[in-house]
Ligand binder design. Structure first.
Ligand SMILES: *[C@@H]1O[C@H](CO)[C@@H](O)[C@H](O)[C@H]1NC(C)=O
Ligand SMILES: *[C@@H]1O[C@H](CO)[C@@H](O)[C@H](O)[C@H]1NC(C)=O
Ligand SMILES: *[C@@H]1O[C@H](CO)[C@@H](O)[C@H](O)[C@H]1NC(C)=O
Length: 592
């Protein structure tokens, strides 16, 4: 239904009927137009903008297809399969010594990404200035550490001439005047940025879907989600259409898609890498900080990339970033580690596959001479509600609501939209009524009210600090170097993520703590895991636990990961541990 349709109907009645009908039709139309007019108008404006953005996207696809076809015609496409099969360090070596041309590498990946995007819908725009980027590169005499490496970036990482929408229509016309710092640094180090990848609307979700660019499927099974919020990146790298990408993480947004799509991802200590020029998910949020970090197929690639971006150029462009280059001494150290581990955080009971992944790695680490120490993260339900949710929705969701109000809300954001649209007093009432039956849902709703006053907000800040101190004290008591713990997985069935904001307890803990953390894919769901899942009850046996069981069922063959974490600014130690996990696991399973 549209205003113009209503108008036509009214004119038809006027021309055909007597005066009583005419009056009735006029009054009726005025009433309907007043009630629904603004809504239709909003929808029309929204659809117009979305159409314009989709056309821009389609044009970039056509342009890139043209470039690839031209490139293939020149007979330079032969190397394609060999290039796509190379690891990042191998590729970098060949690019450096000139045995493989930059164009061949770029178009091999663009070609693969175009193919993959048709199935998964993971790219939001191809950056058609890549040839100009190559020209720029060739002007510089020394080859940077990422010379000629094609890189993809998450949609809200600023790129000159393109919008950073976060799946929100109001930002479509806001084209960036310059590249974000991380993009500038990547380019300076020789990388060629070729695509931006899909995200959830507002980014506060772990299902990458929005009304502008659509839904991103999982590369391992298209009936599953790719997770989020860096889901497009996860799908593109997991499907082989990119060798290195950048995402952001505020509650698990790098680690969740890495796990669901079977790759590796690293969330550094907050502000170790510059976030200047990246559109924030929630403006003004400082209680939990967004981190930018790399995603790739293996840990060596993450390390290579971290070494490249922790450079003077970044420290110069963003003087708020601590000028700490990559500490190779810590990374290459080989003394055995004291590893704290837990099978469950006491809040989300891992499903059989998640638990097996942790236990298998624990056994391998012990056999390799490391010391494994049981560790229990304190008070996870308190962290989840009182620290994390109350931070993300500190304003009761007002900022998010304001953003969503200018849009058509994505179906995968329905639950969040209800949360941010429900007034505080109603939430309080619902929380009270639900308490005896469903304490977890009650606490969840209660926490989404946010801070009640500035004093309450300060109290929350203090609570965050106190928890961090308490956690570090536990860590010190056991003299730990790193932590090994479960990682959420396998990929969810479509439509479940929106109701399971509670299930990301495994990842959000390290955002609250401001610790670096990464995931390594180590195994996949077996028939036995699936059979055992039938008995899954969770810690609470409540609607959330039942939903979680449904979300991960039917996942045989899908990738499973473990999570590794270390103390703040021990990013290199975390990566060293991830490398150890990957090496031991690959050796054990005879994977090259
Ligand atoms: C890909 O690499 C693996 C090992 O590096 C090798 O065994 C395989 O033959 C390669 N495939 C192609 C198509 O080059
Ligand atoms: C609800 O939140 C308030 C303020 O954060 C807290 O003091 C109270 O204990 C919570 N109530 C429940 C039932 O969790
Ligand atoms: C993909 O997932 C669906 C839904 O769970 C499942 O029915 C199907 O068997 C899976 N496909 C493969 C190839 O594993």
């Amino acid at each position: 239904m549209d205003l113009s349709l209503l108008h036509d109907k009214w004119k038809q009645v006027l021309s055909e009927h007597n005066w009583q009908w005419k009056v009735l039709a006029t009054v009726g139309c005025v009433l309907v137009a007043t009630i629904y007019g603004p809504k239709w108008n909003k929808k029309r404006r929204f659809l117009k903008k979305v159409k314009q953005e989709r056309e821009r996207r389609a044009k970039s696809v056509r342009l890139m297809e043209g470039k690839v076809t031209k490139f293939k015609k020149q007979g330079s496409g032969a190397d394609c399969r060999r290039i796509l099969n190379m690891s990042l360090p191998e590729l970098v070596k060949e690019l450096q010594d000139g045995s493989v041309p930059v164009e061949s590498v770029l178009y091999s990946y663009v070609n693969k990404a175009l193919e993959l995007d048709k199935d998964l819908n993971c790219v939001t725009v191809f950056l058609t200035d890549c040839e100009a980027q190559i020209e720029e590169l060739k002007k510089i005499k020394t080859k940077g550490p990422l010379y000629g490496v094609p890189i993809s970036i998450k949609e809200h990482i600023g790129y000159k001439g393109h919008p950073s929408t976060c799946g929100l229509a109001q930002y479509i016309d806001e084209l960036e005047n310059e590249d974000s710092v991380i993009v500038k640094v990547l380019k300076k180090q020789g990388a060629i940025v070729f695509a931006k990848t899909n995200v959830p609307q507002t980014l506060i979700s772990y299902e990458s879907s929005n009304p502008i660019y659509g839904f991103t499927c999982n590369p391992h099974n298209q009936s599953k989600g790719s997770s989020g919020s860096t889901g497009g990146e996860g799908a593109l790298i997991g499907g082989g259409g990119s060798i290195l990408g950048f995402g952001t993480d505020i509650g698990g947004s790098i680690r969740l898609p890495s796990s669901f799509c079977g790759i590796t991802g690293f969330k550094p200590t907050p502000n170790r890498l510059s976030t200047l020029g990246i559109r924030p998910c929630i403006d003004g949020l400082q209680s939990v900080l967004v981190c930018v970090g790399p995603m790739a197929r293996d840990v060596d690639s993450l390390v290579l990339c971290m070494k490249a971006v922790l450079c003077d150029e970044m420290f110069k462009l963003d003087p708020t970033v601590p000028p700490l280059p990559f500490n190779d001494k810590v990374y290459t150290e080989s003394k055995p580690l004291r590893v704290g581990y837990y099978e469950t955080d006491g809040f989300t009971l891992p499903n059989p596959g998640m638990r097996r992944a942790v236990l298998e790695i624990k056994t391998l680490l012990e056999a390799a001479g490391h010391t494994l120490v049981p560790f229990t993260p304190p008070r996870l339900d308190y962290v989840k509600y009182e620290l994390f949710l109350k931070a993300i929705l500190g304003d009761g969701g007002k900022t998010l609501k304001e953003k969503l109000d200018k849009n058509i809300c994505d179906p995968h954001l329905k639950d969040l939209n209800i949360i941010v649209s429900t007034p505080g007093f109603l939430k309080k009432l619902m929380s009270f009524v639900l308490w005896p039956l469903y304490p977890r849902i009650s606490k969840f709703i209660n926490a989404t009210r946010g801070a009640s006053s500035v004093k309450d907000h300060w109290h929350h800040q203090t609570a965050l600090q106190e928890y961090q101190t308490e956690f570090i004290a536990e860590w010190r008591k056991l003299d730990l170097d790193v932590i090994l713990c479960p990682m959420l997985g396998p990929a969810f069935n479509i439509g479940y993520a929106k109701g399971l904001l509670v299930a990301i307890s495994s990842t959000m803990l390290y955002n609250v703590l401001q610790f670096p953390a990464g995931v390594v894919t180590v195994t996949s769901v077996t028939e036995e895991d699936e059979a055992e899942l039938k008995n899954y009850k969770g810690h609470y046996n409540d609607p959330f636990d039942r939903l979680f069981k449904e979300a991960v069922s039917g996942g045989v063959g899908l990738p499973l990961s473990v999570q590794c974490a270390s103390l703040p600014y021990q990013d290199e130690l975390c990566l060293r541990f991830m490398k150890e996990v990957e090496t031991l696991n690959r050796a054990h399973k005879n994977i090259k």
